[in-house]
Ligand binder design. Structure first.
Ligand SMILES: Nc1ncnc2c1ncn2[C@@H]1O[C@H](COP(=O)(O)OP(=O)(O)OP(=O)(O)O)[C@@H](O)[C@H]1O
Length: 302
């Protein structure tokens, strides 16, 4: 017998009023307990819509969504209590302190505040020094840390993070991921993450789903997604303009070109040489998740 999935999406459809295209079209997949799952897709693919339905903030037109077997509509209170949601937007009551915000959140779930756990959260998220500061006095990065603590304060077995690292500094990203990875590993907490940072998803997520225009276009183990790509990638830096017709991914000075075999590599290098393109720091590597993403989702940025 298979365990009840931590999260189940079953034929979820959603079209916003007045929209010409559906935001979600027949999305179905399960996330088993204990998994670290990454949901990827370009802007407007439907990631936030799916998470809003899961969190009970929005309703699907059709389909069913469950958290550990509890329907998010019919059994809303139970489903919501099992979820810790870190939303994309920073919304707070500015008159509470950090500690009060966390205590208040426990009350929302009808639970007694667990002071030891609150201290642990404050400590692990680097918030101890700000624990008694009013929310309005905090920087954006600190507010984001509180959002994470707030999502975890009732010890949910399933955590949902909607682009938690958008625009945050390296230190917070590292602190956050170390803590979430520990909860996943040590307590078996299920994690559903959306992010535009594909290196993050590649490093953290055991399995990945990709949405495109509201449809699930890929669903596999991260390692399998990477292994299925047969090509290598030629990476180098240059300031010069590339020869016309050479298909490349360019990020600032960094150029990446697909190469299927050694003959391909030779051919690309010969073209660069004959066009007198000076190159630095040349390396040949494996395709990464960004290559896979671009191949599946088709040219739209993550
Ligand atoms: N409240 C709304 N009313 C109308 N249309 C909406 C609403 N929210 C989202 N949409 C539309 O639904 C589609 C999916 O949007 P959604 O925010 O779910 O995508 P996303 O994958 O989270 O994008 P991003 O990466 O930019 O956050 C988009 O076409 C968007 O314009």
């Amino acid at each position: 017998m298979t365990a009840t999935p931590a999260i189940r999406f079953e034929r979820v459809k959603k079209t916003y009023r007045g929209a010409s295209n559906p935001a979600l079209q027949d999305v179905s997949f399960d996330i088993p307990p204990g998994e670290f799952f990454g949901l990827l897709g370009p802007n407007g693919a439907g990631k936030t819509s799916l998470i809003s339905i899961l969190a009970g903030l929005s309703r699907a037109d059709q389909g069913r969504v469950e958290v550990l077997g509890h329907d998010v509509v019919g059994d809303f209170a139970a489903a919501r209590r099992l979820l810790g949601v870190v939303p994309q937007e920073l919304v707070f009551d500015p008159f509470f302190s950090v500690r009060e915000t966390l205590r208040f959140q426990c009350g929302y779930f009808g639970l007694q505040a667990d002071e030891r756990w609150i201290e642990e959260l404050l400590d692990n998220l680097g918030l101890l020094a700000k624990a008694d500061a009013n929310m309005r006095q905090l920087s954006g990065g600190m507010k984001r840390r509180v959002l994470v603590a707030q999502a975890l304060v009732h010890r949910p077995p399933v955590i949902v993070l909607d682009e938690p690292t958008a625009g945050v500094d390296v230190e917070l990203r590292q602190t956050l991921w170390a803590f979430i990875a520990r909860l996943n590993k040590e307590q078996g907490t299920t994690v559903l993450l959306t992010t535009h940072y594909l290196e993050e998803a590649e490093a953290l997520c055991g399995r990945i789903g990709m949405l495109k225009q509201g449809r699930l276009v890929a669903l596999d183990r991260t390692a399998a997604l990477l292994a299925n790509r047969s090509h290598q990638v030629l990476r180098f830096k240059t300031d010069a303009v590339l020869p016309l017709g050479l298909e490349a991914r360019v990020t600032g000075r960094i150029v990446q070109i697909k190469a299927h075999d050694a003959a391909d590599v030779e051919q690309v290098l010969a073209r660069l040489r004959s066009s007198q393109v000076p190159i630095e720091d040349l390396e040949i590597g494996r395709a990464d998740l960004e290559d896979v993403f671009l191949e599946i989702v088709g040219g739209e940025s993550p």
